[in-house]
Design a protein around this ligand. Structure first.
Ligand code: M6R
Length: 362
Protein backbone atom coordinates (compact mmCIF):
# COMPACT_ATOMS: atom_id res chain seq x y z
CA UNK A 1 0.00 0.00 0.00
CA UNK A 2 2.93 2.33 0.57
CA UNK A 3 4.12 1.41 -2.90
CA UNK A 4 7.52 0.24 -1.70
CA UNK A 5 8.21 3.41 0.29
CA UNK A 6 8.88 3.31 4.03
CA UNK A 7 6.26 5.94 4.75
CA UNK A 8 3.17 7.39 3.12
CA UNK A 9 4.82 10.78 3.36
CA UNK A 10 7.69 9.70 1.13
CA UNK A 11 5.28 8.04 -1.28
CA UNK A 12 3.21 11.21 -1.44
CA UNK A 13 6.29 13.38 -1.98
CA UNK A 14 7.09 11.17 -4.96
CA UNK A 15 3.52 11.33 -6.24
CA UNK A 16 3.82 15.07 -6.81
CA UNK A 17 4.56 14.95 -10.55
CA UNK A 18 1.38 12.90 -11.07
CA UNK A 19 -0.65 15.09 -8.72
CA UNK A 20 0.47 18.20 -10.58
CA UNK A 21 -0.36 16.69 -13.96
CA UNK A 22 -3.85 15.98 -12.64
CA UNK A 23 -4.22 19.52 -11.28
CA UNK A 24 -3.31 20.97 -14.67
CA UNK A 25 -5.10 18.47 -16.89
CA UNK A 26 -7.55 20.14 -19.29
CA UNK A 27 -7.12 23.48 -17.55
CA UNK A 28 -4.53 25.09 -19.81
CA UNK A 29 -5.14 26.32 -23.34
CA UNK A 30 -1.69 27.42 -24.47
CA UNK A 31 -2.81 28.45 -27.93
CA UNK A 32 -5.36 30.93 -26.63
CA UNK A 33 -3.23 31.66 -23.55
CA UNK A 34 -6.04 30.94 -21.10
CA UNK A 35 -6.62 29.06 -17.86
CA UNK A 36 -9.83 27.10 -18.34
CA UNK A 37 -11.47 26.49 -14.99
CA UNK A 38 -14.95 25.18 -14.57
CA UNK A 39 -16.06 28.26 -12.64
CA UNK A 40 -18.81 30.72 -13.43
CA UNK A 41 -19.18 33.97 -11.57
CA UNK A 42 -21.97 36.52 -12.02
CA UNK A 43 -21.33 38.87 -14.97
CA UNK A 44 -18.90 41.63 -14.05
CA UNK A 45 -18.21 40.21 -10.58
CA UNK A 46 -14.50 39.47 -11.00
CA UNK A 47 -14.01 42.66 -12.95
CA UNK A 48 -15.38 44.83 -10.15
CA UNK A 49 -13.60 43.07 -7.26
CA UNK A 50 -11.72 45.21 -4.74
CA UNK A 51 -10.22 42.37 -2.80
CA UNK A 52 -9.64 38.61 -2.72
CA UNK A 53 -9.14 37.15 0.75
CA UNK A 54 -7.64 33.69 1.06
CA UNK A 55 -8.34 32.01 4.42
CA UNK A 56 -6.74 28.77 5.65
CA UNK A 57 -4.71 27.06 8.38
CA UNK A 58 -1.28 25.45 8.57
CA UNK A 59 0.20 24.33 5.29
CA UNK A 60 -2.92 25.42 3.44
CA UNK A 61 -2.33 28.90 4.85
CA UNK A 62 1.16 28.93 3.33
CA UNK A 63 -0.33 27.85 0.00
CA UNK A 64 -2.83 30.69 0.40
CA UNK A 65 -0.01 33.13 1.17
CA UNK A 66 1.76 32.04 -2.03
CA UNK A 67 -1.50 32.37 -4.00
CA UNK A 68 -2.09 35.88 -2.67
CA UNK A 69 1.31 36.91 -4.04
CA UNK A 70 0.53 35.47 -7.47
CA UNK A 71 -2.95 36.95 -7.55
CA UNK A 72 -1.71 40.42 -6.69
CA UNK A 73 1.01 40.30 -9.27
CA UNK A 74 -1.15 38.98 -12.14
CA UNK A 75 -4.68 40.16 -11.49
CA UNK A 76 -4.20 43.75 -10.36
CA UNK A 77 -6.39 43.29 -7.29
CA UNK A 78 -5.68 43.48 -3.59
CA UNK A 79 -5.12 39.93 -2.34
CA UNK A 80 -4.51 38.88 1.24
CA UNK A 81 -3.95 35.61 3.07
CA UNK A 82 -5.41 35.39 6.55
CA UNK A 83 -5.23 32.68 9.16
CA UNK A 84 -8.74 31.29 9.34
CA UNK A 85 -8.66 31.29 13.15
CA UNK A 86 -7.89 35.05 13.13
CA UNK A 87 -10.22 36.03 10.31
CA UNK A 88 -12.91 38.56 11.08
CA UNK A 89 -15.05 40.38 8.56
CA UNK A 90 -15.07 43.56 10.67
CA UNK A 91 -13.67 46.63 8.99
CA UNK A 92 -13.48 44.95 5.58
CA UNK A 93 -14.49 46.64 2.35
CA UNK A 94 -17.72 46.30 0.40
CA UNK A 95 -18.81 42.65 0.74
CA UNK A 96 -20.24 42.72 -2.79
CA UNK A 97 -16.78 43.53 -4.13
CA UNK A 98 -14.96 40.89 -2.09
CA UNK A 99 -14.26 37.22 -2.83
CA UNK A 100 -13.24 34.96 0.05
CA UNK A 101 -11.41 31.77 -0.89
CA UNK A 102 -11.35 29.02 1.75
CA UNK A 103 -8.32 26.80 1.15
CA UNK A 104 -8.53 23.40 2.85
CA UNK A 105 -7.21 20.07 1.70
CA UNK A 106 -9.63 18.04 3.81
CA UNK A 107 -12.55 20.41 3.47
CA UNK A 108 -13.34 19.73 7.14
CA UNK A 109 -11.02 22.03 9.12
CA UNK A 110 -13.19 23.71 11.75
CA UNK A 111 -11.25 26.99 11.82
CA UNK A 112 -11.53 27.35 8.05
CA UNK A 113 -15.21 26.43 8.02
CA UNK A 114 -15.75 29.03 10.78
CA UNK A 115 -14.06 31.74 8.69
CA UNK A 116 -16.14 30.73 5.69
CA UNK A 117 -19.30 30.97 7.77
CA UNK A 118 -18.35 34.50 8.86
CA UNK A 119 -17.76 35.52 5.24
CA UNK A 120 -21.03 33.95 4.09
CA UNK A 121 -22.82 35.77 6.91
CA UNK A 122 -21.94 39.17 5.46
CA UNK A 123 -22.99 38.26 1.94
CA UNK A 124 -19.45 37.87 0.62
CA UNK A 125 -19.23 35.44 -2.31
CA UNK A 126 -17.11 32.43 -1.36
CA UNK A 127 -15.04 29.83 -3.17
CA UNK A 128 -13.67 26.56 -1.74
CA UNK A 129 -10.30 25.24 -2.94
CA UNK A 130 -10.13 21.65 -1.74
CA UNK A 131 -8.98 18.12 -2.39
CA UNK A 132 -12.15 16.49 -1.16
CA UNK A 133 -15.29 16.09 -3.25
CA UNK A 134 -18.43 16.27 -1.14
CA UNK A 135 -16.63 17.74 1.90
CA UNK A 136 -18.33 20.27 4.16
CA UNK A 137 -16.47 23.20 2.59
CA UNK A 138 -17.91 22.36 -0.84
CA UNK A 139 -21.42 22.50 0.59
CA UNK A 140 -20.86 25.74 2.48
CA UNK A 141 -19.11 27.77 -0.24
CA UNK A 142 -20.81 29.25 -3.30
CA UNK A 143 -18.35 27.56 -5.67
CA UNK A 144 -15.64 24.90 -5.49
CA UNK A 145 -12.36 24.28 -7.25
CA UNK A 146 -10.73 20.86 -6.85
CA UNK A 147 -7.00 20.44 -6.57
CA UNK A 148 -7.13 16.75 -7.68
CA UNK A 149 -4.12 15.60 -5.64
CA UNK A 150 -5.62 12.20 -4.79
CA UNK A 151 -5.80 10.89 -1.22
CA UNK A 152 -3.11 12.06 1.20
CA UNK A 153 -2.60 9.75 4.18
CA UNK A 154 0.49 11.23 5.86
CA UNK A 155 -0.43 13.83 8.47
CA UNK A 156 2.18 16.14 7.00
CA UNK A 157 0.76 17.79 3.89
CA UNK A 158 3.08 17.45 0.90
CA UNK A 159 1.50 16.80 -2.46
CA UNK A 160 -1.61 18.73 -1.48
CA UNK A 161 0.51 21.86 -0.89
CA UNK A 162 1.97 21.55 -4.38
CA UNK A 163 -1.46 20.96 -5.91
CA UNK A 164 -3.04 23.83 -3.98
CA UNK A 165 -0.43 26.34 -5.15
CA UNK A 166 -0.65 25.06 -8.72
CA UNK A 167 -4.44 25.18 -8.82
CA UNK A 168 -4.50 28.65 -7.31
CA UNK A 169 -1.86 29.81 -9.80
CA UNK A 170 -4.36 28.79 -12.49
CA UNK A 171 -7.07 30.64 -10.57
CA UNK A 172 -4.95 33.79 -10.46
CA UNK A 173 -4.48 33.66 -14.24
CA UNK A 174 -8.21 33.04 -14.70
CA UNK A 175 -9.11 36.04 -12.53
CA UNK A 176 -6.46 38.20 -14.21
CA UNK A 177 -7.89 37.47 -17.63
CA UNK A 178 -11.45 38.21 -16.55
CA UNK A 179 -10.13 41.56 -15.32
CA UNK A 180 -8.08 42.19 -18.48
CA UNK A 181 -5.02 42.52 -16.27
CA UNK A 182 -2.82 40.00 -18.07
CA UNK A 183 -2.11 39.84 -21.81
CA UNK A 184 -2.44 36.50 -23.61
CA UNK A 185 1.33 36.52 -24.15
CA UNK A 186 2.09 37.03 -20.44
CA UNK A 187 -0.52 34.44 -19.49
CA UNK A 188 1.09 32.02 -21.93
CA UNK A 189 4.44 32.48 -20.15
CA UNK A 190 2.92 31.65 -16.76
CA UNK A 191 0.98 28.70 -18.17
CA UNK A 192 4.14 27.36 -19.83
CA UNK A 193 5.91 27.57 -16.45
CA UNK A 194 3.03 25.67 -14.86
CA UNK A 195 3.22 23.01 -17.54
CA UNK A 196 6.89 22.56 -16.68
CA UNK A 197 6.15 21.78 -13.03
CA UNK A 198 5.71 17.97 -13.12
CA UNK A 199 9.02 17.54 -14.97
CA UNK A 200 10.88 20.00 -12.73
CA UNK A 201 9.61 18.29 -9.56
CA UNK A 202 10.68 14.94 -10.99
CA UNK A 203 14.18 16.35 -11.50
CA UNK A 204 14.34 17.28 -7.82
CA UNK A 205 13.06 13.85 -6.77
CA UNK A 206 15.84 12.28 -8.78
CA UNK A 207 18.27 14.10 -6.42
CA UNK A 208 16.68 12.64 -3.28
CA UNK A 209 19.80 10.62 -2.41
CA UNK A 210 21.96 13.77 -2.36
CA UNK A 211 19.53 15.52 -0.02
CA UNK A 212 19.54 12.54 2.32
CA UNK A 213 23.31 12.62 2.39
CA UNK A 214 23.45 16.38 2.99
CA UNK A 215 20.89 16.11 5.79
CA UNK A 216 23.10 13.61 7.65
CA UNK A 217 25.48 16.44 8.52
CA UNK A 218 22.73 18.47 10.15
CA UNK A 219 20.75 15.95 12.12
CA UNK A 220 22.11 17.20 15.46
CA UNK A 221 21.41 20.87 14.78
CA UNK A 222 19.85 22.82 17.64
CA UNK A 223 17.46 24.64 15.29
CA UNK A 224 16.86 25.17 11.57
CA UNK A 225 16.08 28.56 10.03
CA UNK A 226 14.41 28.91 6.65
CA UNK A 227 14.47 32.23 4.82
CA UNK A 228 13.43 33.84 1.57
CA UNK A 229 11.49 36.79 0.22
CA UNK A 230 8.29 37.42 -1.75
CA UNK A 231 6.66 34.15 -2.86
CA UNK A 232 9.72 32.28 -1.55
CA UNK A 233 8.73 33.39 1.97
CA UNK A 234 5.67 31.11 2.33
CA UNK A 235 7.87 28.25 1.14
CA UNK A 236 10.36 29.07 3.92
CA UNK A 237 7.48 28.94 6.41
CA UNK A 238 6.30 25.64 4.97
CA UNK A 239 9.81 24.15 5.08
CA UNK A 240 10.06 24.98 8.78
CA UNK A 241 6.60 23.59 9.57
CA UNK A 242 7.46 20.24 7.95
CA UNK A 243 10.53 19.91 10.19
CA UNK A 244 8.61 20.82 13.34
CA UNK A 245 5.82 18.42 12.56
CA UNK A 246 7.71 15.30 11.65
CA UNK A 247 11.16 15.70 13.25
CA UNK A 248 9.99 17.49 16.46
CA UNK A 249 12.92 19.84 16.00
CA UNK A 250 12.90 23.57 16.43
CA UNK A 251 12.57 25.22 13.04
CA UNK A 252 11.42 28.69 12.02
CA UNK A 253 10.73 30.41 8.74
CA UNK A 254 11.63 34.09 8.50
CA UNK A 255 11.29 36.78 5.90
CA UNK A 256 15.02 37.05 5.17
CA UNK A 257 15.04 40.80 5.78
CA UNK A 258 13.79 40.26 9.32
CA UNK A 259 16.78 38.14 10.40
CA UNK A 260 18.78 41.18 11.44
CA UNK A 261 15.81 42.59 13.37
CA UNK A 262 16.00 39.93 16.07
CA UNK A 263 16.32 36.29 15.02
CA UNK A 264 20.03 36.74 14.24
CA UNK A 265 20.61 36.52 18.00
CA UNK A 266 19.60 32.84 17.77
CA UNK A 267 22.12 32.02 15.06
CA UNK A 268 25.11 29.84 15.96
CA UNK A 269 27.21 27.20 14.24
CA UNK A 270 24.50 24.71 15.26
CA UNK A 271 21.69 26.46 13.40
CA UNK A 272 21.81 25.73 9.68
CA UNK A 273 20.13 28.31 7.50
CA UNK A 274 18.18 27.14 4.47
CA UNK A 275 17.32 29.69 1.81
CA UNK A 276 15.24 29.88 -1.36
CA UNK A 277 17.39 31.95 -3.73
CA UNK A 278 15.49 31.82 -7.00
CA UNK A 279 14.57 34.46 -9.55
CA UNK A 280 11.83 36.84 -8.43
CA UNK A 281 12.43 36.24 -4.73
CA UNK A 282 15.12 38.97 -4.59
CA UNK A 283 17.90 36.41 -4.14
CA UNK A 284 20.79 38.93 -3.97
CA UNK A 285 19.30 40.55 -0.89
CA UNK A 286 18.53 37.21 0.73
CA UNK A 287 22.06 36.04 0.03
CA UNK A 288 23.35 39.06 1.98
CA UNK A 289 21.18 38.06 4.94
CA UNK A 290 22.43 34.49 4.66
CA UNK A 291 26.02 35.81 4.70
CA UNK A 292 25.29 37.57 8.01
CA UNK A 293 24.27 34.19 9.46
CA UNK A 294 27.35 32.52 7.97
CA UNK A 295 29.57 35.11 9.68
CA UNK A 296 28.14 33.78 12.97
CA UNK A 297 29.14 30.27 11.95
CA UNK A 298 25.83 29.01 10.57
CA UNK A 299 26.13 26.54 7.68
CA UNK A 300 24.14 27.77 4.65
CA UNK A 301 22.13 25.61 2.29
CA UNK A 302 20.57 27.30 -0.72
CA UNK A 303 18.05 26.26 -3.32
CA UNK A 304 19.27 28.01 -6.43
CA UNK A 305 18.31 28.41 -10.08
CA UNK A 306 21.39 30.15 -11.43
CA UNK A 307 19.88 33.63 -11.19
CA UNK A 308 22.60 34.78 -8.76
CA UNK A 309 26.17 33.84 -7.96
CA UNK A 310 25.93 31.43 -5.02
CA UNK A 311 29.52 30.23 -4.57
CA UNK A 312 29.48 31.45 -0.98
CA UNK A 313 26.94 28.78 0.05
CA UNK A 314 28.12 25.66 1.87
CA UNK A 315 25.64 23.46 -0.01
CA UNK A 316 23.50 24.27 -3.03
CA UNK A 317 20.68 22.36 -4.68
CA UNK A 318 19.53 23.37 -8.14
CA UNK A 319 16.06 23.76 -9.53
CA UNK A 320 15.07 24.64 -13.08
CA UNK A 321 13.78 28.21 -13.48
CA UNK A 322 10.02 28.21 -13.79
CA UNK A 323 9.23 31.89 -13.21
CA UNK A 324 6.73 32.46 -10.41
CA UNK A 325 6.44 28.77 -9.52
CA UNK A 326 10.15 28.07 -9.02
CA UNK A 327 9.85 28.24 -5.18
CA UNK A 328 7.21 25.50 -5.38
CA UNK A 329 9.86 23.26 -6.92
CA UNK A 330 12.38 24.39 -4.26
CA UNK A 331 9.89 23.25 -1.63
CA UNK A 332 10.37 19.64 -2.71
CA UNK A 333 13.97 19.85 -1.43
CA UNK A 334 12.64 21.09 1.90
CA UNK A 335 10.19 18.16 2.07
CA UNK A 336 12.97 15.69 1.37
CA UNK A 337 15.24 17.42 3.89
CA UNK A 338 12.62 17.30 6.66
CA UNK A 339 11.88 13.67 5.85
CA UNK A 340 15.57 12.74 5.99
CA UNK A 341 16.11 14.51 9.35
CA UNK A 342 12.99 12.89 10.85
CA UNK A 343 13.79 9.47 9.45
CA UNK A 344 17.33 9.50 10.83
CA UNK A 345 15.83 10.15 14.25
CA UNK A 346 13.33 7.31 13.84
CA UNK A 347 10.28 9.55 14.22
CA UNK A 348 6.70 8.47 13.66
CA UNK A 349 6.61 10.25 10.34
CA UNK A 350 3.12 9.46 9.09
CA UNK A 351 1.46 10.04 12.45
CA UNK A 352 3.49 12.59 14.41
CA UNK A 353 2.73 12.86 18.11
CA UNK A 354 -0.12 15.19 19.15
CA UNK A 355 -1.33 15.80 15.58
CA UNK A 356 -4.34 14.72 13.52
CA UNK A 357 -4.77 14.78 9.76
CA UNK A 358 -7.93 16.76 9.97
CA UNK A 359 -8.57 19.24 12.79
CA UNK A 360 -12.30 19.40 13.34
CA UNK A 361 -12.34 21.52 16.52
CA UNK A 362 -11.83 25.30 16.67
O1 M6R B 1 -7.24 20.07 5.67
P1 M6R B 1 -6.61 21.42 5.74
O2 M6R B 1 -5.86 21.77 4.52
O3 M6R B 1 -7.64 22.49 6.07
O4 M6R B 1 -5.61 21.36 6.95
C1 M6R B 1 -5.01 22.52 7.45
C2 M6R B 1 -3.90 22.18 8.43
O5 M6R B 1 -4.39 21.53 9.55
C3 M6R B 1 -2.82 21.30 7.77
O6 M6R B 1 -2.30 21.88 6.62
C4 M6R B 1 -1.67 21.03 8.75
O7 M6R B 1 -0.97 22.21 9.02
C5 M6R B 1 -0.77 19.94 8.14
N1 M6R B 1 -0.64 18.84 9.03
C6 M6R B 1 0.56 20.45 7.71
O8 M6R B 1 1.41 19.46 7.26
Amino acid sequence: EKGGYDHYMLKEIHEQPTALRQALSGRIDLERGTADLDLTFPAGFLDSLDEIQFVACGTSFYAAHYAAHLTESFADVRATAELASEYTVDGGGDPRRTLTVAVTQSGETADTLGALRRANGTGIRTLAVTNTLGSTVTRDADDSLFIRAGPEIGVAATKTFASQVTTMALLSVFVAQERNALSAADARDVLTDLRGLPGAVQQVLDDAGDVREAATAFVDASAYFFVSRAHGYPVALEGALKLKEIAYDHAEGFAAGELKHGPLALVTEDTPILAVLTEGTRPEETLNNVAEAQTRGAPAIGIVDGSVETNSLDTAFSVPSLGPVTPLVANVYFQLFAYAIANQQGRSIDKPRNLAKSVTVE
